[in-house]
Design a protein around this ligand. Structure first.
Ligand SMILES: NC(=O)c1ccc[n+]([C@@H]2O[C@H](COP(=O)([O-])OP(=O)(O)OC[C@H]3O[C@@H](n4cnc5c(N)ncnc54)[C@H](O)[C@@H]3O)[C@@H](O)[C@H]2O)c1
Length: 385
């Protein structure tokens, strides 16, 4: 894939992860752009990227750039993705795709008109091999009709009122935070595995810290936990730290999800349990090399991520033999391989093997239904996904 040149916009947590993942996927990172000349210079030097741009226009004007990775705060996604599509670039945007469904619908429509460009949203968790395996087994009928789905996505990095990041501000990240930031990973994953479409939600959200203490200066994601003493100022917070959501899926299945960014000791833990008429499946991101298969009439199984034990689709997303741990960073590599493999083939009418802008739109529509449900205190139909 060395012929495709990618540029990265954003120089924080995801800037580094995308750069590394692109290189591991065989894609050349030809340039990058940060929020300031200083940040850009520091990032390209640290990452060994040949070119730092002075502006978005300069980046989009570079013919060496065929693809743009948008890894900036959420409020910037819409404008940057739109500009990149209009400049003829393939776009790989971080989640959530944009701040509201009006923006995401516009991006879906625009991407639909660009018949020779690919557009992805980074729901990377789909690309854990055992999540792909779960999909194969569900779609192959091994667990039967799904009765219900339960799970959670919990973290602890925003537990204290001194924990701060741009995400906690509605104007930077969106009106929903925990649900949009991590809950949509779970919702997308469950959809990708089962194909179930949520038709109604009932949600209850909680802001644990209505006031947080903001350091004077930005804080890269997760680095606040390193505990450096900082000069702070109080800031009012309206975005939720915790949410519980009941789901009704088309066809009659039900779901339960809770999300939290204030659960001590849970570093980054996504869990799902699918209960079907023949079997159940459970997977936990903090132990991602194992898929639990529950049976009523025979012994349960613990399936290890060993390529010899997996379906061809899941095996294709395995990088190293069983027992040689793979994890979070590998899901980026695999999502990028799927995306750039599709771009290289050049058949843009084929079904996309990655998470698309339509998937990104579905998640933002769901978020809006969740917020409406919380505000109104009842069930809300999911419309327009
Ligand atoms: N898929 C995942 O697992 C995952 C994990 C974390 C974050 N994310 C998503 O990635 C995005 C970035 O999050 P992060 O955690 O890396 O945040 P971060 O704060 O660590 O990094 C954001 C970067 O964007 C830069 N930036 C801000 N404005 C800019 C501009 N106008 N032009 C260029 N750069 C600009 C910042 O200076 C910073 O370098 C978010 O949308 C987030 O939801 C996804």
């Amino acid at each position: 894939m060395a012929r495709i040149g990618a540029a990265v916009i954003g120089a924080g947590f995801m800037g580094g992860v995308h750069t590394e993942g692109l290189r591991r996927a065989g894609v050349e990172v030809v340039g990058a752009l940060g929020v300031s000349a200083e940040e850009t210079a520091g990032f390209v030097k640290a990452q060994g990227i040949p070119r730092g741009y002075a502006s978005l226009d300069e980046l989009l004007g570079d013919s060496a750039v065929q693809s743009v990775h948008i890894v900036t705060p959420n409020r910037l996604h819409h404008g940057m993705a739109k500009a990149a599509l209009e400049a003829g670039k393939h776009v790989f945007c971080e989640k959530p795709l944009a701040m509201n469904s009006k923006e995401t619908a516009e991006l879906v429509a625009l991407a639909g008109k660009r018949s020779k460009q690919a557009a992805a949203v980074n729901y990377n968790i789909r690309f854990y091999p055992l999540c792909l395996e779960a999909r194969e087994r569900v779609r192959g009928g091994e667990i039967g009709k799904i009765h219900h789905v339960a799970g959670s996505y919990v973290q602890d990095w925003l537990l204290l009122d001194t924990d701060y990041n741009w995400r906690v501000l509605a104007e930077e990240g969106g009106e929903l935070r925990a649900v949009a930031d991590i809950g949509t990973h779970w919702l997308d994953l469950v959809h990708a595995i089962t194909g179930l479409e949520a038709e109604a939600v009932c949600a209850d959200l909680m802001v644990v810290h209505p006031i947080r203490r903001r350091p004077k200066g930005e804080v890269e994601t997760f680095t606040g936990k390193l505990g450096a003493e900082a000069d702070t100022e109080p800031v009012k917070i309206t975005t939720e730290d915790y949410g519980s959501i009941l789901l009704r899926f088309k066809g009659g299945a039900k779901g339960t999800l809770w999300v939290s960014q204030v659960t001590a000791g849970r570093k980054n833990c996504l869990r799902y349990e699918l209960a079907g008429e023949k079997a159940a499946l459970e997977w936990i991101s903090e132990n991602p090399e194992v898929l639990w298969i529950g049976r009523r009439t025979g012994p349960n199984e613990v399936l290890m991520r060993d390529p010899s034990l997996l379906s061809p689709t899941a095996r294709a997303a395995v990088g190293v033999p069983g027992g040689h741990a793979e994890g979070y960073a590998d899901t980026f590599k695999q999502h990028f391989r799927a995306f750039y493999g599709y771009v290289e083939k050049g058949d843009f009418s084929a079904t996309a093997p990655f998470a698309t802008f339509k998937d990104g739109h579905r998640e933002v529509v769901l978020c809006e239904a969740v917020l409406e449900s919380h505000r109104n205190g009842g069930w809300v139909d999911v419309k327009g996904a």
